[in-house]
Design a protein. Structure first.
Length: 360
């Protein structure tokens, strides 16, 4: 895992627990030159180099020697758009050196296939649920017995088109985001990489339940009552064969926009009367778009492993009183967690994970 909060999963989780944000103000992203708060990775390495490094770390931590028999499922919302923008500007507006393969949505998978020789690959591009939907597909492949191993990678780099697009929608904040705060001012576009290797052998964390929905309420806004969000979460609980009362921690999508946080908060309040702890980490990582599902599932797994829930940073005034928001780090035994990712068009994905004791 790589994002603005750290260059590996240990660094990221330490940043979350210390309340250290990777979101900083930048003046070179918006067309009008105004400041924007962006979650940019601080590294001398290129984004592709960091992506290859993240996947290499997963390989070294596994029992595999290579990925030659492994399927690759990628989630990305921008693909190679940032590369194409840079080349376009370097060539002073000429398209002559724009290579389709490097610009396309498939560019992430192409880069990783070249580096690791995966058996085959697929790319999902469903905005902010991209890598969550890649995880859903990966689990389905494993359950069907089609593959023994599937590597899921969520990756999105910062694109000027994306930043200015969100600015045109009026949802960017010039400050670090404050998810679920009554006075929140918007989201922070960010970049990041999350890589998870799924297989059938025993693990400390089990991918237990998957739920998807499409409320199709509006091309950019969720249903104001969180209808689609609630359905995705209920579907994940049903798929996991557990009750809402079993969930102890919800890693919320929590972007910091008025529309998302109200809709998601209402859905959680209605579906989870047991009031599990709820927190969004996007005030520290930024919103990594298509990568957020993979990145935040890793964060959720680390919260289970460490029995510690990172705080909902910067929260001062709650909008929804019945939402049990973690206003500081919470140390508590956790067995079940749910992680949300919601996207444009009412495309919603929720994932339930479980901490497994092999002493049972």
């Amino acid at each position: 895992m790589v994002c603005a909060a750290g260059l590996n999963k240990e660094e990221v989780f330490a940043s979350l627990l210390s309340g250290t944000t990777g979101v900083k103000k930048h003046a070179n992203y918006l067309n009008d030159g105004t400041l924007s708060a962006i979650g940019k990775i601080e590294s001398e390495k290129s984004f592709n180099e960091l992506m290859i490094q993240a996947v290499q770390e997963v390989l070294e931590a596994s029992s595999l020697n290579n990925f030659h028999d492994t399927f690759l499922a990628v989630g990305t919302s921008v693909g190679g758009m940032a590369w194409a923008e840079n080349r376009f500007m370097e060539d002073e507006g000429s398209l002559k050196n724009i290579e389709l393969e490097k610009q396309s949505i498939y560019s992430v998978a192409h880069t990783l296939k070249d580096a690791f020789n995966f058996k085959d690959a697929i790319t999902f591009s469903t905005a902010c649920t991209s890598s969550s939907n890649a995880l859903v597909f990966a689990k389905e492949l494993l359950d069907a017995g089609a593959y023994e191993k599937v590597l899921v990678v969520g990756a999105d780099s910062i694109s000027l088109t994306t930043v200015n697009g969100f600015n045109a929608l009026g949802v960017l904040s010039s400050e670090c985001s404050t998810p679920f705060d009554a006075n929140r001012t918007g989201m922070n576009v960010a970049e990041g990489i999350g890589a998870l290797l799924l297989g059938k052998e025993p693990s400390n964390i089990e991918l237990l339940g998957l739920g998807c929905s499409s409320d199709a309420y509006n091309i950019t806004n969720p249903h104001p009552d969180g209808v689609g969000a609630k359905l995705a979460m209920q579907n994940a609980l049903d798929n996991a064969n557990i009750e809402a009362s079993d969930i102890e921690y919800i890693n919320a999508h929590g972007t910091g926009t008025m529309a998302n946080d109200t809709a998601e908060g209402k859905a959680i309040e209605e579906l989870f009367p047991n009031r599990p702890f709820v927190a969004s980490t996007k005030s520290m990582t930024g919103h990594t778009l298509g990568a957020c599902g993979a990145i935040e599932l890793i964060i959720s797994a680390m919260a289970l492993e460490n029995n510690t829930i990172p705080s909902n940073l910067n929260l001062k005034t709650k909008e929804l009183e019945n939402l049990n928001l973690a206003q500081e780090n919470v140390s508590t035994p956790i067995t079940y967690a749910l992680s949300n990712a919601f996207a444009f068009g009412g495309n919603n994905t929720s994932i339930v994970i479980k901490k497994v004791s092999h002493e049972d």
